[in-house]
Write a protein that binds this ligand. Structure first.
Ligand code: PGA
Length: 253
């Protein structure tokens, strides 16, 4: 049984430090004693100190975004080195909610380069907005991988995690939920692309996660039938009971 990776994407929630501490504390409690799961919490930037405040080694800290520049006059941006000096170990890059704000594959690529330089683990999000019957969505994902990973070396791929998040399955988009078979198809496809870009060993070693409305009721399907190396959880990562259930299921699958 391989160790699963669970990323909690809090997005722009909760609305106060106090609430963030409550959710973070309950995440620490839920993660206690789970040997087969690594947990990464990605809070909004101003909350990154909660890990230091609550002194946990079990839960890793992630960010939801990073600047494509290294330093300087970029008002409102946060650089990769600021993140790594704040004990952030992971960063989500290319989330669809950022791509709709204008983040292109080339910007995502620049952000990845910055993150790798600062020794952050990158959670690269890919995924289509619609599933057509001709398989064009696969071409879309292929292009995302090629352009986002441009100039990323085989050695650097050890620090890249791919999260397949079909936009239509993300809870805030209100669409239908994905089924494990849909994930399986794309997981195999992603590994084929990585194998062509690098080699089979690298493709096999790269973690591929599923994200999009993951909850306690369907997480097992994505792990067991879908073969996911873990999950990226949005709204349910803020609901302590549900997130605890997701972590416990991941720990046993
Ligand atoms: P969701 O969000 O679990 O609320 O669908 C996932 C994500 O957007 O990362």
């Amino acid at each position: 049984m391989s160790k699963k990776l669970v990323i909690a994407n809090w997005k722009m929630n909760p609305s106060s430090v106090k609430e963030a501490q409550v959710v973070f504390k309950s995440t620490i409690t839920s993660a206690k004693g789970l040997k087969n799961v690594d947990v990464v919490v990605c809070p909004p930037f101003p909350y990154v100190n909660i890990k230091n405040d609550l002194k946990t080694k079990k839960v890793y800290l992630g960010a939801q975004n990073v600047s494509s520049e290294s330093s300087g006059a970029y008002t409102g941006e946060v650089s990769a080195s600021i993140l790594s000096s704040s004990k952030v170990s992971h960063v989500i890059i290319g989330h669809s909610e950022r791509r709709v704000m204008g983040e292109t594959n080339s910007v995502v690529n620049k952000k990845i380069q910055q993150a790798l330089k600062a020794k952050l683990a990158v959670v690269l999000c890919v995924g289509e907005s619609v599933r057509d019957t001709h398989g064009e969505y696969l071409g879309f994902i292929k292009q995302q991988l090629h352009e986002c990973l441009q100039s990323v070396s085989k050695a650097q791929m050890a620090h890249i995690i791919i999260a397949y998040e079909p936009i239509w399955a993300i809870s805030s988009n209100g669409g239908r939920e994905a089924i494990p078979d849909e994930f399986t198809e794309v997981r195999i496809f992603i590994r084929k692309i990585l194998s062509d870009m690098y080699d089979a060993k690298c493709a096999h070693a790269t973690k591929v996660l599923y994200g999009g409305s993951v909850g306690p009721e369907d997480v097992s399907g994505f792990l067991v039938e879908g073969g996911a190396d873990g999950v990226l959880v949005g709204h349910n990562s803020l609901i302590p009971k549900k997130f605890a259930a997701i972590l416990h299921i991941c720990n046993t699958k």
